[in-house]
Write a protein that binds this ligand. Structure first.
Ligand code: GRF
Length: 219
């Protein structure tokens, strides 16, 4: 019998519906998945994702940012919860709160995010509208490490979708989110399992993972 793998302890931070969170929770049910979701936190008490996490048996709580006088004190409360749960890696999934540089630096190399565009294009919000305005033929999503500059950290994995004639922001975002739900669990597995490593501000893959093309999801 092979030894059980040591799973990385993950916290997912959300602000809303949590569909990416659900895809990660489902992927992490596999016995050979290299990460376990130990905690879900939301800065919004009304986030629908909190209910979905609890239904899946994951401890989930809200730390309402409105209850704190400034970002630093909100981040300190977050940090206390993460430490108490022995979290090793933070996964942002629709977390809509800017974190302080100090918090981001404390978690450097241990915090990832998913962004709904092919970075470095369309950082920030309203990515689908902006992709349509720009007339790009390909759009998609990116998993990246978090650095203090917004949506600028080292890229782990990307998935592309076509932009089709007649698309509006809703049809395009619906096409992208399907890929987000595939990409994020794959990217987290790469990181937690050691298949992707940070190396001088870029993400490098082990030979095995590179051969498998694990970081690119095709059209
Ligand atoms: C996703 O589109 C993600 O890329 C972005 O916020 C959205 C979150 O959706 N960062 P959900 O809460 O995971 O459904």
């Amino acid at each position: 019998m092979s030894a059980p793998i040591r799973k990385k302890r993950i916290a997912i931070l959300i602000s809303g519906r949590g569909s990416n969170m659900v895809s990660l929770i489902e992927a992490a049910r596999a016995p050979d998945y290299p990460a376990e979701i130990v905690l879900v936190l939301s800065n919004r008490p009304d986030a629908a994702g909190l209910v979905r996490a609890r239904e899946a048996g994951i401890p989930a709580s809200a730390i309402d940012h409105k209850a704190f006088p400034d970002r630093a004190r909100f981040d300190a409360a977050l940090q206390a919860e993460l430490e108490a749960a022995g979290v090793e890696l933070i996964v942002l999934a629709g977390f809509m709160r800017i974190l302080t540089d100090a918090f981001v630096e404390a978690w450097a190399g241990r915090m990832i995010n998913i962004h709904p565009s092919l970075l470095p294009l369309f950082k920030g919000t309203h990515t689908h509208e902006r992709a349509l305005e720009a007339g790009v033929r390909l759009h998609g999503c990116t998993v990246h490490y978090v650095v203090p500059e917004l949506d600028a950290g080292p890229i782990v994995a990307q998935a592309a979708v076509p932009v089709l004639p007649g698309d509006d922001a809703d049809t395009l975002s619906a096409r992208v989110i399907v890929q987000e739900h595939r990409l994020y669990p794959a990217a987290l597995a790469l990181i937690a399992g050691g298949g992707a490593v940070l190396d001088g501000g870029r993400v490098r893959f082990t030979a095995q993972e590179r051969d498998a093309g694990a970081a690119i999801l095709s059209l």
